[in-house]
Design a protein around this ligand. Structure first.
Ligand SMILES: Nc1ncnc2c1ncn2[C@@H]1O[C@H](COP(=O)(O)OP(=O)(O)OP(=O)(O)O)[C@@H](O)[C@H]1O
Length: 239
């Protein structure tokens, strides 16, 4: 009640609170949030939920790895001392893995490989994470160009969407970070190429192929609609 009253008071003073803009003051106790604020709240909620779900999942996986190893060791002809050493070794590796996951990522954590595409604000590169040797696609976006074209909100929505939506039809975002000049999106690498390359290679798709890709596109769009995002179709087609 007290924070709500403070917000209502702040709203009466223009510009006093960033939340004030989203609150209509008809009913003292009922803040009415603008749809933009509701979307932000929903996105934040989803991000936190995904974070904790991933955390629980990784804890469970860690336990399962230990059970499996214990079971294997019990079935194998290994001395008790050796079993303890192997289990200790597993715990050491698990701790190191957690430490690596907590590390704040930056471009220096990756070995940059070949350019695989060009986006509106810069290149997309294949890269290899130095710590794990895992391969990803790194999209690099020039901040000054985004600002110049007034696309900051679109890029922010793209980053939030990739982080938030967990769907087989939406590319997974592994991490994102920035330096003074660029924003970086590190995504799962999809080696199949994009639709444009496929169409250039095949010229015409069969009916079965078309149905397959249209169905996948519909499922992808449906999954982002569920999170209140809409897909922007190519501007070049609009008059
Ligand atoms: N995760 C990925 N795996 C493999 N290739 C990718 C990946 N992401 C992007 N690419 C390649 O890079 C190209 C450009 O990427 P993307 O379309 O995301 O950029 P963009 O800035 O959104 O471009 P535009 O706004 O012109 O659509 C893609 O057409 C694709 O060939």
């Amino acid at each position: 009640r007290s924070w709500l009253q403070k917000l209502q008071k702040d709203k009466a003073r223009p510009g006093a609170s960033p939340l004030g803009a989203g609150m209509a003051g008809d009913d003292e106790d009922e803040p009415v949030l603008s749809s933009a604020t509701k979307q932000k709240v929903e996105a934040a909620k989803q991000c936190i939920e995904n974070h904790y779900k991933a955390q629980m999942r990784s804890l469970q996986e860690r336990k399962e790895r230990r059970w499996m190893l214990e079971k294997k060791l019990a079935d194998a002809d290994v001395s008790e001392e050796e079993q303890n050493n192997i289990l200790k070794d597993l715990e050491k590796k698990e701790t190191e893995y957690m430490r690596l996951r907590r590390h704040k990522m930056g471009v220096d954590d990756f070995e940059l490989l070949t350019i695989i595409g060009r986006g509106a604000f810069g290149e997309v590169r294949l890269c290899r994470e130095k710590a794990t040797s895992n391969v990803y696609a790194m999209k690099k976006l020039k901040k000054s160009e985004m600002l110049r074209r007034g696309q900051v909100e679109h890029v922010r929505a793209e980053r939030n969407l990739l982080a938030e939506v967990d769907s087989a039809y939406i590319v997974k975002l592994y991490c994102s970070f920035q330096d003074d000049e660029f924003l970086y999106l590190v995504m799962e690498y999809l080696p199949g190429g994009d639709m444009m390359t496929l169409l250039m290679r095949k010229d015409t798709l069969t009916e079965d192929e078309s149905s397959f890709y249209v169905a996948e596109t519909i499922l992808a769009i449906e999954s982002i609609h569920k999170h209140n995002y809409i897909h922007r179709y190519c501007n070049r087609l609009t008059p």
